[in-house]
Design a protein around this ligand. Structure first.
Ligand code: FMN
Length: 245
């Protein structure tokens, strides 16, 4: 009993000190480094996200919502979405915080959620947090989400302090995700390499980039969540290349 209590007290103090340290150390990680460090993490500690990091994420969410007509929301201290069978099936543990990627139903919604959701993922990485995009292996909690009839929940992003930092995914070769003509500039190839580090559903990497007449064309083959993946990959491409779509 004494042992259990002291273990609990130690853990609580440790977690709060740990989150405070993250709060006071400013991150100078740039977005290219965040791309390299980011991996999906499915097991989280119970360390709370510090208030300063919550504020930073919420102000970026507000900015992206305004720019792209989205209704994304950060939901904190809500264990039910990742407390059921679906989450266990997806090997999730300890998820209490997530971003709900919501917007008005329409043809470009999935790609916009991908593009702007990845802004949040990389900012979270810069703040020392870990993330995982989740399309399927979670439960929708209607009273938390409170969706309107014209809105769709596209996916969620689990967020918090990971038990590990995750592992690098396997990638397709550049030739499988490009249509090459032999005249591609160096910056185009840097963009493709950054896109290959992007998270995609089932690691499917169905996006295709092409350099033609001085422009970059980005498209996707058919696949589960492929439009969301395309939005994510386009943001990575922009960071890697300096090109803007
Ligand atoms: C749109 C989207 C949906 C995803 N859905 C799930 C999911 O339902 N369950 C899960 O465990 N991982 C999910 N993932 C995470 C992918 O499996 C992961 O990004 C991919 O395997 C590449 O690994 P990495 O993110 O570590 O680079 C999803 C990723 C994306 C982009």
């Amino acid at each position: 009993m004494v042992y259990l209590m002291s273990y609990y007290t130690y853990n609580t103090i440790y977690n709060h000190v740990f989150s405070y340290i993250y709060m006071i150390i400013p991150s100078d990680m740039d977005l290219s480094e965040a791309i390299i460090r980011r991996h999906s993490v499915r097991r989280y500690t119970d360390t709370p996200i510090p208030p300063q990091a919550i504020n930073e994420l919420e102000s970026l969410i507000d900015e992206c919502n305004r720019t792209a007509d989205l209704h994304m929301r950060l939901i904190t201290d809500e264990p039910r979405a990742f407390g059921g069978r679906m989450a266990r099936y997806g090997s999730f543990e300890g998820v209490r915080n997530y971003v709900a990627l919501v917007g008005p139903k329409g043809p470009s919604l999935d790609e916009r959620c991908g593009y702007y959701g990845e802004h949040l993922v990389l900012r979270a990485q810069q703040l020392g947090l870990n993330t995982c995009w989740v399309g399927l292996t979670y439960s929708k909690i209607p009273e938390v989400l409170q969706l309107h009839n014209d809105e769709k929940l596209v996916a969620v992003i689990a967020i918090g302090y990971g038990v590990t930092q995750g592992v690098q995914h396997k990638s397709k070769p550049v030739e499988k995700v490009t249509r090459l003509h032999g005249n591609e500039p160096e910056w185009f190839m840097r963009g493709v390499k950054a896109a290959l580090l992007a998270p995609t559903a089932l690691n499917q990497q169905k996006f295709v980039f092409e350099y033609r007449d001085g422009k970059v064309l980005a498209s996707t083959k058919w696949g589960f969540y492929a439009e969301v993946d395309l939005g994510i990959a386009k943001y990575h491409f922009e960071i890697g290349s300096g090109f803007r779509f």
